[in-house]
Design a protein around this ligand. Structure first.
Ligand code: HEM
Ligand code: HEM
Ligand code: SF4
Ligand code: SF4
Length: 439
């Protein structure tokens, strides 16, 4: 028997998509039955009250969470998003409704054992509701009370050998595409680099020391399955140097219709027989592919590694053998001064596990040293870059200036020079000038 009437939410139980309303009701019922005889550490009807307060928000079109909330665990400056309902008498089950961010494995591969352990912990000490996963990547445990935070943290670390994720003005939880675990396009081991840097910078993740938040994301190739270029302050996108690997026999099999283009991604529509000229050659943004006399040729010096030809004929074409990553800097959402995607900072750097990724760490730490000193309060590195100039960022990263760092050169002539680079410097005497030019 439901605690609150939820006529608006009930409408969201119809339709084919998995209904979050049905799922929350199921959890509410399971807690009411309590077949395992748990000594629930937060109100048993927490999910019911969540539906109640949500129904109220649906009715009046306003949120019913109070502003902010500062809670956490000792030793850390972030990891928990505190939250309190603004109708605590009506909905006591969600008077406290804090979210805990839990660090997830790169690529989000799990065993059922681990997930069951997390669920056992959360059933007892939380609402039983989660978000799998937060946009940044964390496992999100949705709704518990303040006294449970340390209890959960203790069990998480002592029994599950797992840590919290990040929140606040710090390094947030890094995330990766699944990379080499099951993708033939991966140009470096995204999961391994993600894991390594997450461990290396635990201090920066758990204890806010930055002007504002900072995120890493790792894509194994330019397809961008974790959207690093849009959703991370430093985005890593795998790429290669040199020639795309071509298997001409497999090309012939595509042309002969034996292999479906794009691995069958368009099989639900009738797009006609595969036409290599139309679907690959003519679409190459560099116009550097040709197909003549049954042979596919690529002028690799002109290829921009957009992935189109490889995506279309994955069994015939592969990324080159000399692989590494590009690094993009500055992506952010609109607030304050407008949205940004990452700008290319490093065209190519080796991803070298043998020296513990030192080249990459040097770049990261160069950017941090600069931004931690120069960044204004709550200024994302993308905004610092706009304010102080891309040149300042390049110098901070300790990488060379490169034509690939711009899409086009500036068209305005407001060019700054350093005094050292100008013969005679800036100190001039007007009287010298007047000797040659009368007033
Ligand atoms: C009533 C006359 C003028 C007015 C109201 C005027 C106004 C302005 C304004 C508002 C700017 C932009 C300043 C900024 O960057 O914020 C500017 C820049 C400039 N003006 Fe004028 N201007 C006048 C006459 C001239 C004349 C006669 C010349 C050249 C002989 C000139 C050359 C320039 C140049 C080269 C700049 C760019 C300077 C820089 O940004 O480094 N202006 N002017
Ligand atoms: C209210 C408008 C302006 C006034 C009162 C004005 C006045 C003057 C004066 C008094 C001079 C110095 C002449 C001399 O000593 O030989 C001068 C020079 C000059 N003006 Fe203007 N000017 C005006 C607008 C402009 C504009 C709009 C331009 C061009 C965009 C311009 C371009 C120049 C140039 C190129 C010089 C020569 C500078 C040099 O090489 O010494 N002026 N102007
Ligand atoms: S970003 Fe590239 S390497 Fe990573 S999963 Fe997607 S296609 Fe594969
Ligand atoms: S990767 Fe893109 S730019 Fe390079 S050859 Fe293929 S389609 Fe052309």
């Amino acid at each position: 028997m439901a605690k609150h009437k939820t006529p608006l939410l009930d409408q969201l139980e119809s339709g084919p998509w998995p209904s979050f309303v049905s799922d929350v009701k199921q959890e509410a019922e399971a807690r009411a039955k309590n077949e395992k005889g748990l000594d629930y550490q937060i109100p048993v009807d927490c999910p019911e009250d969540l539906l109640g307060v949500l129904e109220l928000s649906y009715e009046d079109g306003e949120t019913h969470w109070k502003h902010g909330g500062i809670v956490g665990v000792f030793g850390y400056g972030g990891g928990v998003i505190g939250r309190y309902c603004d109708q605590p008498e009506k909905f006591p089950g969600v008077a406290h409704f804090h979210t805990m961010r839990v660090a997830q494995p790169a690529g989000k591969w799990y065993t059922t054992k681990f997930l069951r352990d997390v669920c056992d912990l959360w059933d007892l000490r939380g609402s039983g509701l989660t978000n799998m996963h937060g946009s940044t990547g964390d496992i999100v445990l949705l709704g518990t009370t303040t006294p449970q935070l340390e209890e959960i943290f203790f069990e998480l670390t002592h029994n599950l050998d797992n840590d919290l994720g990040g929140s606040g003005s710090n390094l947030r939880t890094p995330a990766a595409c699944m990379g080499m675990s099951r993708c033939e396009y991966a140009c470096y081991n995204t999961q391994e680099l993600c894991y390594n840097l997450t461990q290396e910078y635990q201090d920066e993740l758990h204890r806010p020391a930055f002007p504002y938040k900072f995120k890493f994301k790792f894509d194994g190739c330019p397809n961008g399955c974790v959207a690093a270029i849009a959703r991370s302050d430093l985005g890593f996108l795998g790429t290669w140097k040199g020639a795309i690997q071509i298997d001409q026999e497999a090309v012939a099999a595509y042309v002969g219709g034996e292999i479906a283009p794009n691995a069958g991604a368009h099989a639900d529509g009738d797009w006609g027989a595969f036409d290599i000229q139309k679907e690959v050659v003519d679409i190459c943004p560099s116009q550097c592919i040709s197909y003549e006399d049954g042979k596919l040729k690529i002028d690799n010096s002109e290829c921009v590694r957009c992935m189109h030809c490889i995506n279309t004929m994955p069994r015939a074409l592969r990324p080159g053998v000399e692989r590494g990553t590009s690094i993009f800097c500055g992506a952010k959402a609109p607030i304050l001064d407008g949205p940004q995607m990452g700008s290319l900072l490093v065209p190519f750097v080796e991803v070298n596990a043998d020296d513990d990724y030192q080249a990459i760490k040097d770049i990261i730490e160069g950017v941090w040293d600069w931004w931690m000193e120069e960044g204004k309060n709550r200024e994302r590195v993308g905004e610092t870059m706009k304010r102080l100039g891309f040149g300042a960022l390049v110098r901070a990263a300790g990488v060379p200036f490169d034509p690939r760092q711009v899409q086009e050169p500036r068209h305005n002539p407001y060019i700054f020079w350093k005094a050292d680079d100008v013969e005679g410097g800036w100190d001039r005497d007007i009287n010298d000038y007047r000797e040659r030019h009368q007033r």
